[in-house]
Design a protein around this ligand. Structure first.
Ligand code: GLC
Length: 606
């Protein structure tokens, strides 16, 4: 039986890719590629652009930290033979560089957004093209040659002081710590291409033959036939932001959410002509299957947890409830305390006999941005963050993973990794870079108060602490033990968060609508007023906190808050209201009866 994305289509796909010419000859100025504006009538979208606002000088005056961060980012740009090629992961020279002096596509993403938001798209274009060219170079790890489509893990410029020449040294995982090969880079690359297209408002770059080919190479890898029985992507440990052994092998949520988002972006950007139409067809097939799988098997809330707790095992055939034969005893104790009545989230991983119930911040926020979740469930994820604020955010937004693996579990899962000690680094550490994802998800779901508090927490420390890579501790209040300082994505993550908070329309660069991909009927998440952030006002379309409309709206909201609260609670008071009405009726009947001298005979009806 052929699954989605398999069969004849996949065969055509392989031959199409096999036929591709040697890409290493492509120049980043586009000379050997088809000219920039080569759009024909079969070109699909060039979706309306997201006008990049000009931030007023008062914005920068109000937020000097944004200026500092932007200045540091611009000064950190690396050049290769006179052309910009990227930004290193950290500018900290106090501890051994390891590979922190290299350019990572993953780390560059928030910096790229910051450049797009400050009208410097040229840097982004150059770097997109550079990484694409590196994708085309020869890749070997020991004696093994990697596939054409694999993106570099990182790269750096080597200067030869004797000859004065420069060389790019690229790592495809062959020299990375633990030999991890990133999968997420390819997806970030496609998502960035869409953001760039949106920001400049034309498809010149994305329609270039070399960019089209770059996307197709990536798609050929993740949509090709294999032994898969699920539409999700099977991954090795350390293939995403968490690039060490942390039990993320299998089907990690971060990769699935990025995969989903990249497929949607690629569908928008691909030209629907010639041999390449096949990719659009494959994406169309894969998206509903992926959406269904994720929404059905990764979602967890209180009700679902109760179902899993009561699962029967060893069920066989098609109508079973416990499809993956998950043993209820494998539910960790912490989860029963953690799971609030209100809210829910996508769990970390699902595969036969295994559910990783840990909370992963990036995967959940990207699910909201990409609309892998429904609107109701996006609200439920944010409800959970609010309810569990102290656990997930604490003093520094926000934890990459919750909770930390401890004692025996830490030994088995991490292989006794001292860098990933409990509540440190990937294992329960807090990552300032995640601030931009949290902010974007909060703005999309209308939680401005959450944005405000998260930004205030970050601003209180990050500049003073010199932009650490991560914080340690249950509350995230210690600078990470081995944390680099002047981490570039901590800076750009903050800048992007501040700018989205200032102008929510910027969300259009990285947020996708739900569309018609998949809409299974799902139960509605409850949304009672929250404990931590009572009565959160929703963002209106033009919700600029400094605009006159929003100032008036907030004054009206403040004045009418008690009435609004009563109005929101009306459902819960419906019974009481009925009783009250009954009481009033009874009161008047009594008066009437007493005044007319009749005796009272009354049988209440509800
Ligand atoms: C760490 C992070 C990884 C990041 C790299 C460079 O290894 O886990 O996500 O890309 O540092 O900053």
């Amino acid at each position: 039986m052929k699954g989605p994305g398999e069969g004849d289509d996949a065969h055509d796909l392989r031959s199409a890719v096999g036929a591709s010419r040697d890409l290493s000859s492509l120049e980043d100025d586009g000379k050997s590629a088809s000219p920039g504006g080569d759009m024909d009538s079969s070109v699909p979208m060039c979706s309306p652009n997201v006008p990049v606002p000009r931030f007023s000088p008062t914005f920068f005056d109000r937020h000097p930290l944004v200026c500092d961060a932007l200045k540091a980012l611009e000064n950190s740009i690396i050049y290769f033979r006179g052309k910009m090629v990227g930004i290193p992961a950290a500018l900290d020279h106090s501890s051994g560089a390891l590979n922190y002096d290299q350019v990572f596509v993953r780390d560059f993403f928030p910096s790229a957004l910051a450049f797009l938001m400050t009208e410097k798209p040229e840097i982004v274009k150059k770097i997109l093209l550079r990484t694409f060219r590196l994708q085309a170079s020869e890749k070997r790890v020991d004696c093994f040659t990697l596939g054409q489509c694999v993106m570099p893990a990182s790269f750096k410029v080597l200067h030869n002081p004797v000859t004065g020449s420069e060389k790019l040294s690229t790592d495809f995982g062959g020299s990375a710590i633990g030999r991890v090969v990133p999968i997420d880079f390819s997806f970030w690359w496609i998502i960035l291409l869409r953001a760039y297209t949106k920001a400049i408002g034309n498809c010149d770059l994305s329609q270039r033959e070399d960019c089209q080919r770059g996307m197709k190479l990536i798609l050929s890898l993740c949509l090709s036939e294999g032994f898969d029985t699920f539409p999700t992507l099977l991954c090795a440990n350390g293939c995403c932001m968490i690039d060490r052994r942390m039990g993320t092998y299998g089907y990690p949520i971060e990769i699935q959410a990025l995969f989903f988002m990249a497929l949607k972006c690629a569908r928008d950007l691909l030209k629907a002509d010639g041999d390449w139409k096949i990719y659009i067809a494959l994406i169309e097939k894969r998206l509903p299957a992926l959406t269904y799988h994720m929404r059905s098997h990764f979602w967890l809330n209180h009700e679902q947890l109760n179902d899993i707790y009561r699962f029967k095992t060893e069920e066989y055939l098609y109508t079973v409830v416990n499809k993956f034969n998950v043993i209820p005893e494998s539910i960790p104790d912490w989860l029963f305390d953690f799971m609030p009545r209100k809210g829910g989230y996508f769990i970390g991983n699902v595969s036969p006999g295994r559910m990783d119930f840990r909370w992963f911040a990036a995967g959940n926020c990207i699910s909201i941005l990409s609309s892998l979740t429904t609107r109701e469930r996006s609200l439920a994820i944010m409800d959970l963050i609010e309810e569990k604020w102290q656990d997930l955010v604490g003093e520094m937004p926000m934890k990459a993973v919750f909770p930390a693996l401890e004692s025996h579990e830490w030994r088995i899962v991490t292989g006794c990794d001292p860098k990933n000690n409990p509540w440190s680094y990937h294992n329960g550490g807090s990552w300032p870079v995640l601030l931009w994802l949290l902010t974007a998800a909060s703005v999309k779901t209308g939680r401005p108060r959450m944005v405000k508090i998260a930004l205030e927490l970050a601003e209180r420390r990050m500049g003073k602490d010199e932009w650490p890579e991560y914080y340690d501790g249950r509350d995230g209040c210690y600078i990470g033990k081995q944390s680099r300082k002047m981490q570039t994505w901590s800076m750009s993550g903050y800048v992007v968060a501040r700018m989205i908070a200032e102008d929510p329309s910027l969300l259009g660069l990285i947020s996708l609508d739900e569309g018609k991909d998949m809409n299974p009927t799902l139960s509605r998440a409850t949304s009672l007023p929250s404990r931590l952030f009572p009565d959160p006002p929703r963002y209106t379309p033009a919700d600029n906190p400094t605009s006159l409309t929003s100032i008036c709206a907030s004054m009206v909201r403040k004045r009418f808050r008690p009435f609004l609260a009563l109005f929101r609670m009306r459902k819960h008071f419906r019974c009481l209201t009925r009783v009250n009405l009954l009481g009033i009726r009874l009161f008047f009947t009594t008066i009437k009866c007493t005044s007319t001298g009749y005796s009272l005979s009354f049988s209440p009806r509800f």
